[in-house]
Design a binder for this molecule. Structure first.
Ligand SMILES: *[C@@H]1O[C@H](CO)[C@@H](O)[C@H](O)[C@H]1NC(C)=O
Ligand SMILES: *[C@@H]1O[C@H](CO)[C@@H](O)[C@H](O)[C@H]1NC(C)=O
Ligand SMILES: *[C@@H]1O[C@H](CO)[C@@H](O)[C@H](O)[C@H]1NC(C)=O
Ligand SMILES: CC(=O)N[C@H]1CO[C@H](CO)[C@@H](O)[C@@H]1O
Length: 109
């Protein structure tokens, strides 16, 4: 299964490819925001809204009854492989980021 999830704004395309989706893992030490969400898509959308967000950890709970938690990260497992740790009830989702207008800063405002 392979899918791309694109968010488009003036400066960047944020793609969440399934190849960067890991259930049971979590990127630690790079969380810049921690929010409660109803599902993973909303988590990824919130990442898109935050300009320096480049990956997310999604906490789906042990039995599905708890609030789903969404940690937005300003780094990815590509830069910090050792910060990607095993974590039950978590899923990590990294992105590919591309600037689509050369005058735009990648992570600027
Ligand atoms: C990441 O966080 C853990 C626990 O908070 C800490 O022990 C570790 O040193 C941190 N790693 C880095 C690279 O900052
Ligand atoms: C985010 O909030 C949840 C729920 O309060 C907590 O379990 C989790 O450790 C928090 N994550 C970070 C990175 O602070
Ligand atoms: C990510 O954000 C943290 C907290 O604001 C900051 O200390 C860190 O330098 C940032 N990391 C990168 C790669 O910019
Ligand atoms: C990789 C990345 O997105 N780095 C950004 C993280 O956020 C800081 C500010 O909090 C920016 O300065 C980095 O460019």
């Amino acid at each position: 299964m392979f899918y791309w999830f694109f968010f488009l704004d003036q400066c960047r395309i944020l793609a969440f490819p399934s190849t960067l989706f890991f259930v049971g893992e979590r990127l630690i030490n790079h969380t810049i925001a921690n929010i409660s969400v109803i599902d993973r898509e909303l988590c990824e959308y919130r990442c898109y809204l935050l300009h320096n967000c480049v990956s997310v950890n999604f906490y789906f709970g042990q039995n599905g009854a708890e609030a789903h938690n969404c940690e937005l990260n300003n780094s990815t497992s590509k830069e910090h492989e050792r910060d990607l740790v095993k974590a039950a009830s978590y899923a990590y989702h990294g992105t590919n980021v591309r600037a689509i207008a050369y005058q735009c800063q990648f992570f600027g405002v």
